[in-house]
Design a protein around this ligand. Structure first.
Ligand SMILES: Nc1nc2c(c(=O)[nH]1)N[C@H]1C(S)=C(S)[C@@H](COP(=O)(O)OP(=O)(O)OC[C@H]3O[C@@H](n4cnc5c(=O)[nH]c(N)nc54)[C@H](O)[C@@H]3O)O[C@H]1N2
Ligand SMILES: Nc1nc2c(c(=O)[nH]1)N[C@H]1C(S)=C(S)[C@@H](COP(=O)(O)OP(=O)(O)OC[C@H]3O[C@@H](n4cnc5c(=O)[nH]c(N)nc54)[C@H](O)[C@@H]3O)O[C@H]1N2
Ligand SMILES: [Mo]
Length: 708
């Protein structure tokens, strides 16, 4: 018997990118465990991944190419060979290109795997070469990143490990214990060292429960709080004058702007008692090092961008950046010198590209968007839009179109994959190699394949090599090996890569970027913000180019990048749908619905697997406050309907003091089919974009709930 341990990295779209050790016996992975040597992930795996081998060997895996043999959506497929599948795709693509042009082909993808070579951009070069429609992927962090860049530039911000030095920590719209759980030990250590932990969240999450102070807030109103905090800081002279003078621009205008955002106004908007707003602000401004960690969730509202703008101004105002462990943490992904251009190859695109935002997939497919030519083929990989994208009803109608040729590459028969004409088998992380960035720590990781691919599954890289071959594309770029792709995926000459060589990286599985040790590093002690002025821009220079989309999310689209100019000063934009901002709508639909991440799912991944379903609850639950439940005759376990003018989904009620009155929570990731209850939360979410970066507004929605 042979037994080996292979070092790899978790593939998921999660900030933690854990170092994983896989035990392999006679070619079979028998267990995975966390790598105890990794300084950030420290040997623990989460409930999603600690039985990853069960995902790999699940009898539900898609292991062979298949052709649809029943009606669309029936899930009936017949096995075919790779050659047949590729020939059929190539023939269809060629026919579509000849009759309607390549823009009638729409790729759709996200971060099913976050690996640099198999992840976000793996299909971009081929679709660019074909001249297909560009799919703009802005549903995660694009608004937040745009606002962050406008204010402090794409800095990694505070090293997550430096939180142990912080004395005042605000987790703002971030459920650390569920969505970034390997950061928790650093927060906990800070608490042991005397730090105060504040959590701002409409829900008393498992993270909020462990905080010193949980501040419930009405969804989408954080901007009002941040503006009022600046108001108090300036009025009460809690500013750091020297830091402001040396390292910021636009203070005078900011001071004038925040004048109107009184604490009284913020209290009325947010539902936070006035004295709490004062206390939070005074404590935050006078307890250095003070740090804010923002969750992605803060952006998912009409004013999500400006909310992040306002929050990103706070640390400079009080000089928090002067201290190790003081400042702001958003996504340290910016530290990684990934060769994005080489991955996306925007230079291959023809002059005028058509762009469709992935949030518009349903309307694009049913012809609601004026598209000439209309979409005739959809190619989905690394994504599950039926579960994760708004306007589910329209999407389902679009996918059901008989004249739409849909290809899906997947591990499982997801709600989206059921609609494929051709379904292709994808490898899991244990069966493929990759190099990984992180958006939660500063270690570059390498994933060594632990086992041979199961069945006829292939990594995404191989899928696109095969597709290029079938389409007669012989340019060697499209036929590079995984090793060549990895070698070209990073700028190895960047100073942060000093001391990192591929062989050591493969061996160890991870290496810290060449950056100062967390305990020694206050990245903006001396300003040096990567903004056009080199300063923290209270008044934003980039606002002139307006509602731009950070290039990472734009996928290198080389067309018109300019947007409408936006107000260069931070401001508060109320939610589109809230009792205060939309009273007439709230008369019909009085409850604010949010659909944050499930503890046991990773987006919709694991929404079909027994261990995680057992942990999450087999069926979609919706959490209501007892006062809202009583009013509607709902008790725990009552089957309910959640609805608005857009649609309805069914669920079971959970009644809990842990949500604010007026707020209902539907944890995300449930599948329609495994739920057996038809539509899910995205039957109700709005199509609207937020103010910046074309972020989605799926947490800015009013609903009503009733027993079924
Ligand atoms: N377990 C698990 N981990 C994950 C994921 C997953 O699906 N499951 N997904 C990964 C991905 S793709 C992402 S983007 C990240 C997201 O990471 P987070 O942003 O931390 O995740 P969410 O759970 O969406 O939201 C965090 C918290 O924000 C709260 N919230 C919602 N709206 C508001 C608001 O308007 N104001 C305030 N102050 N709080 C609000 C929610 O109640 C929730 O507790 O997580 C990653 N990690
Ligand atoms: N209601 C609600 N909606 C949301 C969110 C929310 O919190 N609530 N979050 C938003 C955010 S932040 C995000 S990031 C998006 C996520 O949206 P998606 O990225 O579309 O969601 P996932 O569920 O992660 O789907 C990834 C799919 O890729 C497949 N996959 C995994 N690895 C591979 C691989 O190597 N190759 C191939 N071909 N496929 C693979 C998985 O099986 C899975 O079905 O959803 C957004 N939508
Ligand atoms: Mo995300």
């Amino acid at each position: 018997m042979s037994r080996t341990t292979v070092v790899g990295a978790c593939p998921h779209d999660c900030p933690d990118t854990c170092s994983i050790l896989t035990t392999v016996e006679d070619g079979k992975a028998i267990a995975v465990r966390g790598n105890p040597d990794h300084p950030f992930t420290r040997g623990r795996l989460c409930v999603k991944v600690n039985n990853y081998q069960d995902r790999v060997y699940s009898d539900k895996r898609v292991l062979y190419p298949m052709r649809r043999s029943g009606p669309k959506g029936s899930g009936q497929f017949t096995r075919i060979t790779w050659d047949e599948a590729l020939a059929e795709i190539a023939a269809k693509f060629k026919d579509i290109i000849a009759t309607d042009g390549a823009q009638a082909i729409l790729p759709y993808s996200y971060l099913g795997t976050q690996g640099i070579i198999n992840g976000l951009n793996v299909g971009d070069p081929l679709f660019n070469k074909l001249g297909a429609t560009v799919s703009e992927r802005t549903f995660c962090d694009s608004g937040s990143c745009t606002a962050y860049m406008m204010t402090i530039g794409h800095t990694p911000g505070v090293d997550p490990e430096a939180f142990i030095h912080s004395k005042y920590i605000i987790l703002w719209a971030c459920n650390t214990l569920s969505t970034n759980s390997h950061h928790w030990p650093f927060v906990e250590q800070a608490k042991k060292n005397g730090a105060k932990l504040v959590v701002i969240d409409p829900v008393r999450t498992r993270t909020a429960r462990l905080a010193d102070w949980h501040i419930p807030i009405r969804p989408g109103t954080d901007g009002a709080l941040a503006m009022a905090m600046m108001h108090i800081i300036i009025k009460e002279g809690l500013i750091d004058r020297d830091y402001i003078d040396a390292h910021t621009v636009g203070f005078a205008e900011l001071a004038e702007r925040v004048d109107q955002y009184t604490p009284e106004f913020a209290s009325a908007e947010t539902g936070i008692p006035l004295e709490d707003i004062y206390q939070l602000t005074r404590e935050y401004a006078s307890t250095p090092p003070a740090v804010i960690r923002i969750g992605v969730a803060v952006e998912r509202h009409a004013g999500g961008g400006q909310t992040v703008r306002s929050i990103a101004c706070l640390p400079a105002l009080i000089g928090a950046w002067k201290h190790v462990g003081g400042g702001l943490l958003q996504l340290p992904i910016w530290a990684f010198p990934v060769n994005w251009g080489g991955l996306m190859r925007p230079d291959l695109q023809p002059e005028k590209m058509r762009v469709i935002n992935s949030w518009q997939l349903g309307p694009a497919l049913i012809g609601e968007l004026p598209l000439d030519p209309p979409i005739r083929s959809l190619f989905v990989y690394n994504a599950n839009p039926m579960s994760m994208v708004s306007q589910q009803g329209k999407l389902e109608a679009g996918l059901a179109r008989d004249d739409l040729f849909t290809v899906v590459s997947e591990h499982f028969m997801t709600d989206t994959a059921r609609y494929a004409d051709i379904l292709l088998p994808a490898t899991t992380q244990l069966e493929q190699k990759d190099i990984m960035f992180s958006w939660g720590h500063l270690y570059l990781s390498y994933n060594n394949p632990a086992i041979e691919p199961l069945g006829e599954a292939v990594p995404n890289t191989e899928l696109f090599r095969r597709l290029a071959g079938a389409l007669g594309i012989n340019d060697p770029f499209f036929h590079r090996s995984d090793d060549e792709m990895i070698a070209q995926s990073m700028d190895w000459t960047s100073p942060v890569m000093e001391g990192i060589d591929l062989e050591t990286l493969k061996d160890k599985g991870y290496l810290r970027l060449n950056m100062p040790a967390a305990g020694e590093w206050a990245p903006h002690r001396d300003g040096n913000f990567p903004t056009p002025t080199g300063k923290c821009e209270f008044k934003s220079t980039l606002a002139e180019t307006g509602n731009f989309v950070a290039p990472l999310f734009r996928q290198g689209y080389n067309g018109d990048q300019s947007g409408e100019p936006v107000d260069p000063l931070p401001h508060y934009i109320a939610p589109n749908e809230s009792p205060a901002s939309a009273p007439a709508l709230a008369g019909k639909y009085p409850l604010s619905l949010i659909s944050p991440k499930s503890h046991a799912f990773l987006n919709s991944n694991y929404g079909n697997l027994p261990a995680q379903l057992a942990q999450a609850g087999e069926e979609q639950a919706v959490i209501l406050h007892p006062s809202d439940a009583d009013l509607r005759g709902i008790t725990a376990g009552t089957p309910i309907r959640v609805f608005n003018d857009r649609g309805v989904f069914e669920a079971f009620a959970t009644v809990s003091q842990e949500v604010m009155p007026g707020v209902v929570v539907a944890p995300a990731g449930y599948w329609q089919r495994s739920n057996r209850r038809g539509p899910t939360v995205h039957a109700l979410t709005p199509p609207a974009f937020a103010d910046l970066g074309r972020a989605p507004t799926f947490s800015d929605v009013l609903v009503e709930v009733a027993p079924t």
